[in-house]
Design a binder for this molecule. Structure first.
Ligand code: CMX
Ligand code: CO
Length: 140
């Protein structure tokens, strides 16, 4: 099942400026930074809290790496802001299959690679009350 809120994804135009904002305003620090070419993002994970199941909750700051990426398209339409939410699961393919069977469009039934080698699936925002929703299974 879905065990926790893994992260909230926030679209930004300038990753370094966004990181600096969260550091000086809230005191959050970057735990992990990477480029994911498949998703078209440069991203940073800021840990908000730990949990006793070994997971944690993060802010995921997302800057587009190319003009045709989902985050670039989102910024063009909406400007900076909340882009998606992500729930943690111990079995992403199985969770996606179950949710898909309840009538939600699964954007990529074959999980893709997310932050730090995690496996991720996206669910269509139009079937989730306007919220782009991600399922994530951490690598460890
Ligand atoms: N949140 C809510 N609604 C969104 C949205 C978002 N992030 N992105 C698009 N939409 C809405 C659009 O506004 C549009 O609504 P209207 O029809 O009312 O205008 C509708 O969804 C469909 O838009 P579309 O033009 O058909 O689709 P897009 O080309 O904008 O693609 C989506 C939307 C969700 C299918 C695409 O962004 C996608 O596949 N996302 C998954 C991958 C991703 O987002 N990767 C980046 C994050 C990586 C990570 O978290 O690691
Ligand atoms: Co995400």
């Amino acid at each position: 099942g879905l065990t926790r809120l893994d992260h909230v994804g926030i679209a930004c135009r300038d990753l370094d400026a966004s990181i600096a904002f969260y550091r000086r305003t809230y005191g959050f620090e970057v735990e992990h930074e990477e480029v994911n070419e498949e998703q078209g993002v440069r991203e940073a994970m800021l840990r908000i809290n730990g949990t006793d199941d070994g997971g944690a909750t993060y802010l995921q700051l997302l800057e587009p790496t190319r003009d045709d990426s989902p985050v670039a398209k989102f910024l063009e339409r909406n400007g900076e802001g909340v882009h998606h939410i992500a729930f943690g699961t111990s079995d992403v393919a199985r969770s996606a299959e179950g949710i898909g069977a309840r009538g939600v469009r699964v954007l990529n039934p074959e999980p893709r690679t997310g932050t730090a080698g995690s496996r991720i699936v996206f669910l269509h925002p139009k079937d989730n009350g306007g919220v782009l929703t991600e399922l994530v299974q951490t690598a460890h």
